[in-house]
Design a protein around this ligand. Structure first.
Ligand SMILES: [Zn+2]
Length: 323
């Protein structure tokens, strides 16, 4: 039997060539009380050669965002600079890029592009630490600056490329959580990074119609490209389906992996379709959608946050480390 070569055959055959990611990581997840702070400021994990995932400590910021660094032959991309001052991140990135030279034969220096998944403060607080770095471009936070830098003319549908040298990334717009949100796809590893748009936690919906469209496009893209891992910037769920940690939690000993599957992405899309037009907090197994900014969303979030803050300050988590 001869199978006719076709698009689906090629897609299936492409998967085994993906560089595997080591996603089995014990991530830092905060400390049980302010008197027992134990985490380092950053955890650096090599998912694969030239593929680094960094987490900021919950001891420094309850946001504890994940920051991605991808290295090519000519330049690297740092996606986000975190929620606190970026001095420590700058030192870490400098160390990771140390000794790198461009693969090109001329004297071109190895470059760094600092871009953002979106323009919220917990993803760009460290920008200033990179502002004066040699051979570095820091992309602005605004929609206009993002589309200009990446050369996107048909926002958000157009998929553009970013060539790191021997490693061509794909970028496209995913508004809904934030107007200037982008997704990043690394075909080498099958990694699709969605920023704060899809992750195991609370997705704050700024524009429901835009997010509906974005989730459809993310699912279609992931299916067409044979995406293997879906990554976001935070983890706020527990391992118990439908249970999230309170807003502002400083200690999350029972976190799931930040990596999700395309199946979970599809489930998130299907779930959001059922609640997109209903303001409130909608909990599903792996994800929570917070639709709107009215009291129905803010009051329960802030009440839980307050109780959690008191529990943490009093060190009550020591008695029951799984909650
Ligand atoms: Zn965020």
């Amino acid at each position: 039997m001869h199978a006719a070569p076709g698009r689906s055959t090629l897609t299936r055959m492409a998967s085994p060539d993906l560089v595997p990611l080591d996603t089995d990581v014990h991530w830092i997840h905060g400390s049980p009380s302010p008197r027992r702070l134990a985490d380092p400021p950053l955890q650096v994990h090599h998912l694969a050669p030239g593929t680094v995932l960094i987490r900021q400590s919950k001891d420094l910021t309850y946001e504890a965002p994940f920051i991605l660094l991808l290295l090519g032959e000519d330049r690297a991309l740092l996606l986000d600079t975190g929620a606190v001052d970026g001095s420590e991140l700058r030192r870490t990135v400098d160390r990771l890029l140390e000794g790198r030279t461009t693969a090109r034969t001329d004297d071109t220096a190895y470059e760094l592009v600092v871009a953002h998944t979106h323009g919220h403060g917990d993803h760009l607080a460290g920008d200033a630490a990179f502002a004066g770095r040699p051979n570095t471009a820091v992309v602005g936070r605004d929609h206009a600056e993002v589309v200009a830098h990446f050369g996107i003319t048909d926002w958000p549908a157009e998929v553009v490329t970013l060539d790191l040298g021997g490693r061509v990334l794909e970028v496209f717009g995913i508004p809904g959580h934030h107007r200037a949100s982008i997704a990043l796809h690394d075909p080498m590893t099958g990694l699709l990074h969605t920023g704060d748009t899809v992750y195991p936690g609370r997705i704050y919906v700024e524009d429901a119609a835009a997010l509906l469209d974005t989730l459809d496009r993310l699912v279609t893209f992931a299916e067409q490209r044979g995406v293997r891992h879906v990554l976001g910037c935070h983890v706020e769920m527990t391992r118990r389906p439908g249970h999230d940690y309170p807003l502002g939690a400083r200690y999350q000993p029972d976190e799931p992996s930040p990596f999700m599957t395309v199946e979970q992405l599809r489930a998130a899309r299907d779930a959001f379709r059922t609640v997109a037009h209903r303001p409130g907090i909608h909990r599903f197994d792996d994800i929570v959608f917070c639709v709107g900014e009215g009291p129905r969303v803010l009051v329960p979030l802030q009440l839980r946050a307050l109780v959690e803050q008191v529990r943490w300050r009093l060190g009550l988590h020591r008695r029951n480390p799984t909650t």
